[in-house]
Design a protein. Structure first.
Length: 102
């Protein structure tokens, strides 16, 4: 395995671990009726999972919209992931924004 692939795998592992942590936090917050925080953590679980997949392409972005756009372009548009996932990603993003800022 070359060094470039090894680095990509490590980035993906770190990001999927963050995704799992956020999913665990989502469940804990939901069970204690802390829905605003649960919404936030659920979104970030999805976000970090997308970043984990995109790590194999060597792609990252400081903007959430950049991650979402690239994931949709590279993995949903090409049929690797189901198109309904695009809708769920968009809904999760909107719910997170509403929960955090409104």
């Amino acid at each position: 395995m070359n060094d470039s692939l090894r680095v990509k795998i490590e980035y993906a592992k770190d990001r999927i671990e963050r995704s799992k942590e956020d999913l665990d936090a989502t469940k804990a917050m939901f069970e204690t009726n802390r829905y605003r925080v649960a919404n936030n953590r659920a979104y970030y679980s999805i976000f970090h999972a997308m970043r984990a997949v995109l790590a194999f392409d060597g792609f990252d972005s400081k903007k959430h919209s950049g991650i979402i756009a690239e994931f949709r372009k590279s993995y949903i548009k090409d049929g690797i992931f189901n198109k309904e996932l695009s809708t769920l990603i968009g809904l999760a993003s909107e719910i997170r924004k509403a929960s955090d800022y409104e």
